[in-house]
Design a protein around this ligand. Sequence first.
Ligand code: SF4
Length: 442
Amino acid sequence: MKKVYIRTFGCQMNEKDSEIVLSLLQPDFVPTEEPESADLILINTCSVREKPQHKLYSEIGRFKELKKKKPELLIGVMGCVAQQEGERIVERYPYVDIVLGTQAFYQIRQAIERRLKEGKPFVWTELKPDFKPPLVLGSKKLRRVKAFVNIMQGCDNFCTYCIVPYVRGREVSRPPEDILREVEYLVKEEGVKEVALLGQNVNSYGLKEKSYGDFADLLERVSQIDGLLRIRFTTSHPKDLTERLMRVIAENPKVCKHIHLPLQAGSNKILKLMNRKYTREEYLAKVERLRELCPEIAITSDIIVGFPGETEKDFLQTLEMLERVRFHEVFSFKYSDRPFAAATNFQGKVPEEVKEERLKRVHEAQAKITAEVYHSYVGKEVEVLVEGRSERDENQLTGRTTTNVIVNFTAPRLDLEGELVKVLIESAGKHSLKGKYLSPSF
Ligand code: SF4
């Protein structure tokens, strides 16, 4: 049997796409963790920021040596950089055999066949506006606790810093029947207890395909699957967060009390330049309403510093929003020009050292808030879905709260994987909590 090594960069959607590819390659290829022993190496790329794109190029270089030693080795590039660069990848790296775009990766088998038959690199980057992702069941290995499920592809929002609508195409929702079948399969056949529903903007699920129902409907339908304990979802665009969706999050016991709600900037001027379609006031009003309906909800966010035109005054408004909202966690990034994105042509680029300094200030401010938020869990009983043994200490278990905080804890038994348990939180670290097992959770 042949072996496939896959290296994944970027977001959870890319991780899911890699899983789909591994499923499609079964049973002819089995996954390996060692590129040296692989017959097929795939690099699933991300171009949302500059850094992962650069990593791709060093990764391709690394595999050149392997190909020299083993000429029959096939090297493939997929994902957003593949979509963006297409033929240019094989022009620059002639030893790359296959390039598959963000819709074309479903054709991995045909691509391998054509590469072998035609004896030259095969590039496939067509993006169809009416693309329907096929239903792919079966994963690389039997899973126990958590799985990702794509509910849609692409994005229609065109935030001016973002490359996604250009490399992932227009927004298309998957039919709810396919999603339900996939979740049922994961729960019944693979023992999954928690699914994370993925999309660039899950809140706009089904808005174009009226007969599908909206995202709140989908959450309700998925939650009816027996044996499924928890549902997570990401990412949510603030503009599409409806009252009804907030109520489902608050009231449905299977829906986790966590929302990732990217703010990006605290200044209305910058939000407008970013084409985010909400103001800071609207964002705050949604946060307030969410907390009214669901006081325990954890909110996490993304922040971009140094967007073109961002002054110190604008930036201070971002810092002020961190204090006002008090997110559980924030993922912050320096703005960088991306191909196709409108902001690449904007005036008022912020010098690198200023971006660097602002990023540091965001990190410092948020680290303090996260520490305080995490400390507020100490002494409380929380419900944890056990994911297995802790990586740091084999004698402890690890899992997450409904609010998506990692908990490492001691327990009288270590065979609790996949179960919901009550844990008393005894201390808080920078990125996780520590506690002790109390009882099963019913
Ligand atoms: S919502 Fe904006 S940031 Fe998110 S993927 Fe779409 S265009 Fe990019």
